[in-house]
Structure formats: structure tokens, C-alpha cells
Design a protein around this ligand. Structure first.
Ligand SMILES: CC(=O)[C@@H](O)[C@H](O)COP(=O)(O)O
Ligand SMILES: NCC(=O)COP(=O)(O)O
Length: 254
């Protein structure tokens, strides 16, 4: 019986940046809260610098890079975004350990679907090669809808991992039957992806309540990136205690 993977927790700082941007003031501090999260045991920080800078600003990235390099060298920096030339140059200037490519239109309210790998493979393949040439791990945002065939096209791009979009699962917080159906689809997708040599990340609308079910259905889950639900809990319990709660929900004995 193979041991389940250690699932790493990457804290997404978007929501903290959105709160900061309400005023022309430097608090709440994105790097300050990021440091608390890493100090509490989180394995990395994630940001999604959208073109309109509604939350994470391009100027945040070098500060987060320096925080990790100077104070938490064992942690990872994960940058999410659509692969425009401007995004790729921003990534290359900040050399994250991982990039998560998402098919988001600039006007989208949030990330709400994975790539159409059959259609987008030709666009993604050279981008994946460009990033991997620099030693950056590449993860592609994917729908966890149980469609195993589409994941073969994802593997064709040369990416290291897929990140399964867990929004549909997160939305079932008050419907156990629907949650179970969503988990079965995610499990089927994860098994297909692993069979193709793709590592598994997941993210979107994950919480302390729904993480254990995800872990149970995806034992080889390598990383979760969590922002909205974790930030909501941090307002109630503080960042340090919240990160520890999420680590325990990911199976860590903390
Ligand atoms: C890719 C994904 O699901 C999230 O990481 C995304 O970053 C959420 O973006 P917003 O925080 O802008 O809603
Ligand atoms: N990739 C998912 C992520 O980084 C955070 O998503 P959410 O927890 O803010 O929904």
C-alpha cells in the first residue's frame, strides 16, 4: 500500500492584497501576513497578479521573492496567471519555484475553469518549454470533471503538474450528495493525470471543512493553494492559528 503524498499548503495572498488596496495605505501588509503564514508552517506563497492589479500588484512580487529568499528559503513561490508576454516577463523577473498557468480572461471575476487542452495545447507547449528551461516547475489549471482523455492533451504540453479547479466541489458546502459526486469526478481525473505522469495540485474555494474529503479522494495530492477561505478564517482566528488549522486539515501533525 503506497503511502499518501505529503500535501503542501501554499497560502494565496490575493485577498489580503485586495483588502490593502481599499486605501492608499500599506496595511494589511501582504509580506507581513505572508511571513506569518510561512512562520506558522505553510510551505509556500501563491499570488495571481491579474492585469488590472485588482489585488496583487506587480510591485508585490519582488518583495515576496525577497521575503522567501531572505527569511524562508525552504518555502516556494507560486505565481498564477495567463501567459501573455507581460506575464511571462514578470515571472522571469521573479523566478518562482512554480508557475500555474490559468486560461483567465482579464475581465473574469475569478478563475472558474481549466484549460481546453485540445484547443490550447499549441499555445501552451512553447510556454511550458520556455519556463521549464529556466528550472521553473509548470502546473496547468484543469477541470476536475472526470474527462480522462483531455488530460492526455495536458500531458502533451510537457507540464509537470495539473492544478484541479475545486470551485464546483467548494460550492457544494451545503449539499453532501453533490459534494460526493464532485469528489468522484476529481478522483477520476486525478487517477488519469497520475497515470500520465502529471503531478496533482488543487485549489479554489477550499476550506478546513472540505479539505479532508479532497485528500481522501486524491491521496497523491502534492499541493493545495488556498486564499479566500483561509483569509476569512484568519480574520477570526489569526493567521498563525489558521495556517495550523489548514495544515491539520491537509493531514499534517501540527
Ligand atoms: C487559480 C485560482 O483558482 C485562484 O488561485 C485564483 O488566484 C483566484 O483568483 P482571485 O483571488 O482573483 O479570485
Ligand atoms: N489556485 C487556488 C488559489 O490559489 C486560491 O484559491 P481560493 O482559495 O482563493 O479560492
Amino acid at each position: 500500500m503506497t503511502q499518501p503524498a505529503i500535501t503542501k499548503l501554499s497560502v494565496n495572498l490575493n485577498a489580503i492584497a485586495q483588502l490593502r488596496n481599499r486605501r492608499d495605505l500599506p496595511w494589511p501588509s501582504v509580506t507581513g501576513l505572508g511571513a506569518l503564514a510561512l512562520g506558522a508552517g505553510a510551505h509556500g506563497l501563491t499570488v495571481h497578479p491579474r492585469p488590472d492589479e485588482r489585488h496583487i500588484r506587480r510591485s508585490d512580487l519582488p518583495e515576496i521573492r525577497a521575503l522567501i529568499d531572505d527569511d524562508f528559503p525552504q518555502a516556494e513561490f507560486n505565481i498564477e496567471g495567463y501567459p501573455t508576454e507581460a506575464f511571462l516577463e514578470l515571472v522571469e523577473a521573479n523566478q518562482p519555484e512554480q508557475v500555474t498557468l490559468v486560461p483567465d480572461d482579464p475581465a473574469q471575476a475569478t478563475s472558474d475553469h481549466g484549460w481546453d487542452f485540445r484547443r490550447d495545447g499549441a499555445l501552451l507547449k512553447p510556454v511550458v518549454a520556455r519556463l521549464k528551461k529556466q528550472g521553473i516547475r509548470v502546473s496547468l489549471f484543469a477541470d476536475g470533471d472526470g474527462d480522462a482523455e483531455v488530460l492526455a492533451a495536458a500531458a502533451e504540453t510537457g507540464a509537470d503538474r495539473v492544478e484541479f479547479y475545486t470551485g464546483p466541489y467548494g460550492a457544494c458546502y451545503d449539499d453532501p450528495k453533490a459534494a460526493s459526486a464532485a469528489l468522484e469526478k476529481l478522483q477520476a481525473s486525478a487517477e488519469a493525470a497520475n497515470g500520465l505522469g502529471l503531478g496533482i495540485n488543487s485549489g479554489h474555494d477550499l476550506t478546513v471543512a472540505n479539505l479532508p474529503g479532497l485528500k481522501q479522494h486524491i491521496p497523491n495530492l502534492l499541493e493545495v493553494s488556498i486564499g479566500h477561505g483561509l483569509t476569512a478564517d484568519a480574520l477570526q482566528y489569526g493567521m498563525t492559528e489558521t495556517v495550523r488549522r489548514f495544515l491539520r486539515a491537509c493531514g499534517h501533525d501540527v
